[in-house]
Design a protein around this ligand. Structure first.
Ligand SMILES: Cc1cc2nc3c(=O)[nH]c(=O)nc-3n(C[C@H](O)[C@H](O)[C@H](O)COP(=O)(O)O)c2cc1C
Length: 371
């Protein structure tokens, strides 16, 4: 490998993540693409994911709904029906055929939804019944309006935990190597974690311990169902997307890291504090360092990484793996480009979420094979 003056660049060194032998540390971040018509994964996703597969590379699939109340965007995939599970199989097989390791990100949007996405037009469910300001655009995607959510009753929460458990089982049945619990970016789990949103007075609200209870019950259920060696979680304690911020994000991140250690999960995937707001980097005094040091499993960092600072994160031990979102979206051969210090394709925001099965999806160019 040519990068880094003769020896392999840190991002291109192998890493053993539990029982998975990764050949490099450049991870495909979960990327919602809104091309799963009617919440069913489509055959065009086979090519999309295969293009981004390397032998021994880790890919995290786009956020995938766990139930019929989990949706908040058009044409995002689900994994709660038999049809959806069957539809995932050829996509997972395609990744495995090229030697990739593929995790499914399991997701419930909570209040980042409106009743047109909900069964029988009901209100979206959440930790709270506080609605968001209509002007808020959820994570860069236009959502017409957010409906006022309905706060889950205490005794309804086990059934949502169970939906995560079943979705994890379904992911394994579809062939995925493991699941990533989506606990980030203002969605349902984050709506419990963050004190800007969570106004509950039961055992799921109030203290830090109580606010983390739902996330940890989900993690425990998923661990019990498929094994801790197949479970990761994504968290964004510092982010404020969809009006979900916390007054003490570092304490939140540390509490979760320590609690997750007890469950022995495979990895923790954290979004950088500099990505506090959508899309752009912000100056921040915060770092993931203390949380990384507290967590005992594999640590994946994400958010605004370049080739250079990804290499630095690995070489300094700040992260074991680095997940790339937009750069991997627009450069299907990103690890190869890093290997030879090749220029990168630019991403086009306009086509992130269009429903075209090719444009902005599988038509980003590769390097010529002889480069
Ligand atoms: C088009 C697009 C879709 C995304 N979808 C998801 C998603 O489904 N789940 C998730 O956790 N993050 C999602 N993100 C956030 C990315 O995983 C990543 O954290 C973010 O883009 C910052 O990393 P980057 O600077 O490498 O792009 C999405 C980002 C983009 C641009």
């Amino acid at each position: 490998m040519s990068s880094g003056g003769g020896s392999a660049a840190p991002l291109l060194t192998p890493y053993k993540m539990g029982r998975f032998d990764l050949s490099h540390r450049v991870v495909l971040a979960p990327l919602t693409r809104q091309r799963s018509y009617g919440n069913v994964p489509q055959p065009h996703a086979i090519l999309y994911y295969q293009q981004r597969t390397t032998k021994g590379g880790l890919l995290i699939a786009e956020a995938t709904g766990i139930s019929d109340t989990a949706q908040g965007y058009k044409d995002t995939p689900g994994i709660w029906t038999k049809e959806q599970v069957e539809a995932w199989k050829p996509i997972v097989d395609g990744v495995h055929a090229k030697g990739g390791i593929f995790f499914c990100q399991i997701w419930h949007v909570g209040r980042v939804s409106n009743n047109t996405f909900q069964p029988n037009g009901q209100a979206p469910i959440s930790s709270t019944n506080k609605s968001m300001k209509p002007a808020v655009r959820a994570n860069g995607i236009d959502v017409a309006t957010f409906s006022t959510p309905r706060q889950l009753e205490t005794d309804e929460i086990p059934s949502i935990v169970n939906d995560f458990r079943v979705a994890a089982r379904n992911a394994i049945d579809a062939g995925f190597d493991g699941v990533e619990i989506h606990g980030a970016h203002g969605y349902l789990i984050d709506q419990f974690l963050k004190d800007q949103v969570n106004d509950r007075i039961d055992k799921y609200g109030g203290s830090l311990e109580n606010r983390c209870r739902f996330a940890l019950e989900v993690a425990q259920a998923v661990v019990d169902e498929i094994g801790a060696d197949k479970v990761g979680i994504r968290l964004s304690p510092f982010a404020s997307y969809s009006e979900a911020s916390d007054s003490n994000p570092e304490a939140l991140g540390l509490y979760m890291a320590n609690a997750l250690n007890k469950l022995g999960i495979l990895y923790c995937h954290m979004v950088e504090p500099r990505m506090a707001k959508l899309g752009e980097k912000f100056e921040t005094p915060y770092s993931l360092g203390p949380i990384r040091n507290a967590f005992k499993g594999t640590f994946i960092a994400a958010g605004g990484y370049t080739q250079e600072d990804g290499n630095k994160a690995v070489s300094t031990g700040y992260a074991d793996l680095v997940a790339y979102g937009r750069l991997f979206l627009s450069n299907p051969d990103l690890p190869r480009r890093f290997e030879i210090d090749a220029p990168l394709n630019k991403y086009n925001r306009e086509t992130f979420y269009i429903s075209d099965p090719v444009i902005g999806y599988t038509d980003y160019p590769f390097l010529p094979s002889d480069v």
